[in-house]
Design a protein around this ligand. Structure first.
Ligand SMILES: Cc1cc2nc3c(=O)[nH]c(=O)nc-3n(C[C@H](O)[C@H](O)[C@H](O)COP(=O)(O)OP(=O)(O)OC[C@H]3O[C@@H](n4cnc5c(N)ncnc54)[C@H](O)[C@@H]3O)c2cc1C
Length: 323
């Protein structure tokens, strides 16, 4: 059983146990979020020993070379001495506004810390410092905004989402890491048609990406679809209407799976509804965000409808099942 040394103390790591699980078992709190390698909140550095290759998947090359790895993905095969990742991507911000967008989604606006640069559509990891709980939230704001904006959906029994919805107060400070993610608009091919589709709070990054593309001078058609299980899950309808009214190339369409269908909205599964509406997707650049199973479904359907895999950018809001 390889040992893990952290801040001068050595801990045992059971066979098949990750570094994160071992430290948690010993009462050591590291920042952590998804526990599946996607949010990078538990990134640490090996000062001695070599982390397994699998624990470095998704990290940029310079970080790999410096022996950074993800504690949640690391089942060590040799003793490791580790340190917290240097805090150069950790920021502190103040809550400047909290407002409800529908019954379950709250918008939080934060001050934008000096030196924090990001691309619209990327996500940050908000940190509850009392227990180092971290969760990823996508940015709905764009570089030109003087605030950061996130949309939080309340998850039943959810530790972070309920804390953010109910306890985090205006004027309170909150820490975050980031930015992360590669689901954002890159300038070039200004005439290429764009397809943005998301479920629930998947609208947050898409709203940012649409505004960013327009600001960058994108001239091709931009089709944004906001999907929800029921009409009550939709939000930002008037903001989307206003944005579309101001920019002729943008079309925003809601899509509802069940129940009452608002005027102008599509009904049924979003992947089929989009393909029905747009037909051949060859040549589209596609951005997909929100519930992981729906994002995966859309990825497949849009690929089969002609979109190239290389032109599909996705952020699935994956989470760790309880238990
Ligand atoms: C890249 C990325 C971007 C994200 N962006 C956003 C965003 O912009 N807005 C947003 O609201 N969320 C976003 N999420 C999801 C977010 O990070 C959290 O997973 C979510 O808020 C739940 O955290 P929690 O601590 O409240 O729930 P937990 O305490 O982790 O979970 C409580 C219980 O609910 C279950 N659960 C957790 N999430 C869900 C879910 N979505 N559906 C059903 N059951 C669930 C868990 O399995 C567990 O049983 C994103 C996730 C990722 C990976």
């Amino acid at each position: 059983m390889p040992d893990i040394s952290f801040e001068g103390i050595t801990y045992d790591c059971a066979a098949d146990e990750t570094v994160l699980d071992s430290l948690t078992r010993h009462g050591v709190l590291l920042p952590s979020g998804c526990r599946s390698g996607s949010c990078h909140a538990c990134k640490v550095k090996a000062i001695k020993g070599k982390p397994p290759v699998a624990s470095q998947a998704g990290l940029r090359e310079p970080l790999k070379e410096q022996n950074y790895f993800l504690a949640c993905m690391c089942k060590p095969d040799e003793a490791l001495e580790i340190a917290l990742a240097d805090a150069s991507d950790k920021y502190s911000a103040t809550v400047i506004e909290k407002s409800w967008l529908n019954d379950t989604v709250v918008r939080i606006r934060l001050t934008r810390p000096e030196g924090f640069n990001y691309r619209a559509g990327q996500f940050i990891n908000l940190l509850r410092t009392s227990d180092q709980l971290a969760r990823s939230y996508s940015l709905a704001s764009i570089e030109g905004d003087d605030f950061l904006e996130v949309h939080i959906k309340r998850v039943p029994e959810g530790r972070m989402s309920n804390w953010l919805c109910d306890e985090l107060q205006q004027d309170q400070e909150i820490s975050f890491f980031g930015p992360s993610g590669s689901c954002f608009y890159v300038q070039g091919k200004a005439e290429q048609p764009l397809l943005l589709a998301g479920t629930g709070t998947g609208l947050a990054p898409l709203y940012g990406i649409a505004r960013d593309a327009i600001r960058a001078g994108h001239t091709g058609p931009i089709q944004l679809f906001h999907a929800s299980h029921g009409a009550e899950g939709l939000y930002y309808s008037s903001e989307l209407e206003q944005l579309a009214a101001a920019h002729a190339q943008l079309t925003c369409t809601a899509c509802v799976l069940q129940g009452d269908i608002p005027e102008g909205a599509l009904s049924g599964a979003v992947d089929a509804a989009v393909v029905n509406r747009l037909g051949d997707l060859a040549g589209y650049r596609v951005f997909l965000c929100g519930d992981a199973p729906v994002v995966e479904l859309m990825q497949r359907s849009f690929f089969f409808a002609g979109a190239s895999m290389q032109d599909i950018y996705a952020d699935a809001f994956s989470f760790t099942p309880a238990g």
